[in-house]
Design a protein around this ligand. Sequence first.
Ligand SMILES: *Cc1c(COP(=O)(O)O)cnc(C)c1O
Length: 384
Amino acid sequence: MFQDKLILRIPGPTPIPHRVQQAMNHPMIGHRSGQFSKLFADVAKRLKPFFGTTQDVYILAGSGTSALEMAVVNTVGAGDEVAVLVSGAFGERFAKICERYDITAHRLNVPWGEPIRGEQLEAFLAEHPQVKAVFATQCETSTGIINPIEELAQVVRAKSDALFIVDAVSCLGAVPMEMDAWGVDIAVTGSQKAFMLPTGLAFIAASERAWNVIDNRKPQAFYLDLKAYRKSLAEQTTPYTPAVSLIFGLEEVCNMLEEEGLENIFKRHELMRDMTRAAMKALGIPLMTADEFGSATVTSLDPQGKFDAEELRKILRTKYNMIVAGGQQHLKGKIFRIGHMGYCEPLDVITVISAIEMALKEMGVDIPFGEGVKKAQEVYINHV
Ligand SMILES: *Cc1c(COP(=O)(O)O)cnc(C)c1O
């Protein structure tokens, strides 16, 4: 096997385009130089369309969770109550961050694989009218569900004064996010998913409503004080040393994404989702999510005992040099997840489906061999 041809189909980190890899090889420059300031201000501005906002987008050095924590500590504190919409492992992470800061997290739990609907949130807010913020996950990576953020935002806006804070780490840049139009107060993402970069950058934007809250608080964290980032961005820089190489990479990512165009990026991801789902249905491998809420970035499959998901993953890894993700928490060992976001095209999806078919055949699983690839090809050539 060619080591450098590893086929990485997990929901982050995702493969790095050659152009981006090369951009990151740029010789190091001083982070307080005019050259860096120009670059930094430029990429920060170019992130705005992906968030659907006219507000500034802040870039920090950290994994996605650093920005989740930033969203928490700048808006609520010890003694406050919040609502956390938990549809899987990442929803639960928001609740845990809150609890670490002695914030009371009221969890609205739904079974893994299901989305959270507006009516459920409306009833929940009626039970907990005192919450100061509502935390949601757009793509719940552990199950491959896309929660209806616009619908949920409408409920928060109509039924409470709470801030609406969204973890969009595993989908922003690949699916629509309209912070301003939908009424999302804070949206957060990271570099290693749809943004095709290594881990190490987190992006966060806040609405005017959110800033009104942030401006009146002193966050119980030093590195994550959003006000410091606002002050620095106004001076085209960051409060602490930025991840300079990743910022060079981000510039090239912006070039690539702008060349393709937002609408085309969204369509490409929807097509990859539709191909994956159609193929898995043709093979009789149960999907964890209903079509309406299946994420365009990751698809979860639950073999339901028909075969061993871990054995499948092992054959893909050892024989085909292909990595797909397993399950998290109680789904560990039970399900597998195919990442199809970022530097990924429809033909890459056909490769994954083909390898899954061959591996299942080797395992002696009774599947209609070849039908998954065929279905995916049909979806591909018939798409408009
Ligand atoms: C990947 C991911 C994160 C961030 O995880 P890090 O490991 O801190 O980058 C947060 N939320 C979701 C939904 C994710 O998929």
